[in-house]
Design a protein around this ligand. Structure first.
Ligand code: PMP
Length: 389
């Protein structure tokens, strides 16, 4: 027998958060205690009203197939929510509901790009972008983020990365792994380039509600950008619903139809009762979201102050999401080795910046979606282990 898999599988990457989590669980199974700062999920439970809505929906018979692009009630609720938050008229036909936001990335790339195309994406960035761009056969073109400008990119660097083959630009704001946020001026410059060079933009705004002391700006709000933008958002982070698998795309209708066709060919639909829970999440009280975000803000301040107090580590104040991206370039280990060392020697699981692309080398990502108590303990353990280096 020859090799079992298709060549395209050799171009597909992975998301190391899941691998590090597995390694940390192994250590725990062997009796070691580990503080988990590696995985990007809120440590809050889904609000009871949302769970109740799912159960009621099951009782009402929402247990069969739904339309591939989503239940009309949820598409409508999303269209209203996005129209309001992005100040642009969005119709339900533009909305495609999916089992999580990740499939929005996968399907948008499958639908839009192929060999010969180039896709520009933030680096360090969510590793799935580079992975799936490569999978489609298109060329991944990294756009370096810079610590000196709070992990935004220079517009000149974007301009230099654009060629006649550029088909798509991926943006992520607030950003994973850095917590960086694009400014309105950045977005205006990006819109000008997208219109001038006629490429599409996948705007990953999954952290749009997890933002500190500022308002969220979206590319979709800028004049005429709705025709060129695929907005990604979802319920995983905002409503602490990572395991429910519920996300969505808002796209020009012709593209939305292609995404729907990919849904028909893969998932058929997103679970019906999950979608009804999504309607409740959008239309019910937002108090739990506000409480969660203020808890994240307190923990952000705690972890950043703690990291800056450790010799050899410096960390900027992230503006959004729930990650601290700490500079460890003064320490004697590369970021992979340092992440391994901290897991083994400090019992703290963190991610190496290089897991987010080549420009992430020299940094660690620490998720502060964990209790203040655990964060404090993790900081003490890290400080102690680093002093021994
Ligand atoms: N985009 C970014 C930037 C993310 O960090 C994540 C989750 N880690 C996703 C998309 C995927 O979200 P979901 O869990 O809803 O698939």
């Amino acid at each position: 027998m020859g090799k079992a898999w298709a060549t395209r599988m050799e171009r597909l990457g992975t998301e190391s958060a899941f691998e590090v989590l597995a390694k940390a669980k192994q250590l725990e199974a062997a009796g070691r205690s580990v503080i988990h700062l590696e995985i990007g999920q809120p440590d809050f439970a889904t609000a009871p009203a949302i769970c109740d809505a799912a159960y009621e929906a099951m009782q009402q018979g929402y247990t069969g197939y739904a339309p591939a692009a989503g239940l009309p009630a949820l598409r409508q609720a999303i269209a209203e929510q996005v129209s309001q938050t992005r100040q642009v008229a969005v119709s339900p036909e533009q909305v495609v509901v999916m089992p999580g936001a990740k499939p929005v990335i996968f399907f948008t790339l499958l639908a839009l790009v192929e060999a010969g195309d180039e896709v520009i994406y933030p680096n360090p960035g969510f590793p799935i972008y580079e992975s799936v761009i490569g999978f489609t056969g298109a060329r991944p073109v990294p756009l370096p983020l810079q610590e000196s400008v709070d992990f935004r990119f220079q517009i000149a660097d974007l301009e230099a990365a654009i060629t006649p083959r550029t088909k798509l630009l991926i943006l992520n704001s607030p950003q994973n792994p850095t917590g960086g946020v694009l400014t309105l001026d950045d977005l205006k410059a990006i819109a000008r380039l997208a219109q001038q060079h006629q490429f599409y933009v996948l705007a990953d705004e999954i952290y749009s509600r997890i933002l500190y002391d500022q308002v969220h700006h979206s590319l979709l709000s800028l004049p005429d950008m709705a025709a060129q933008t695929i907005l990604l958002d979802g319920f995983s982070k905002t409503y602490a619903m990572t395991g429910w698998r519920l996300g969505y795309a808002v796209a020009p209708v012709a593209i939305a139809q292609k995404l729907e066709q990919l849904m028909i060919n893969s998932n058929s639909c997103t679970a019906s009762f999950t979608q009804m829970a999504g309607v409740q999440a959008l239309q019910g009280s937002q108090a739990a979201v506000e409480q969660m975000v203020s808890a994240f803000q307190r923990r952000r301040n705690l972890i950043v102050a703690g990291l800056n107090a450790i010799a050899g580590i410096s960390c900027r104040l992230p503006q959004g999401a729930f990650y601290a991206f700490a500079n460890v370039q003064l320490l004697p280990l590369d970021s992979n080795a340092l992440a391994d060392y901290l897991l083994e020697q400090a019992g703290v699981a963190v991610l190496s910046g290089s897991a987010f692309g080549k420009y992430g080398e020299g940094y660690l990502r620490l998720s502060y979606a964990n209790s203040a108590e655990n964060i404090q303990q993790a900081l003490a353990n890290i400080a102690e282990a680093i002093a021994r280096l």
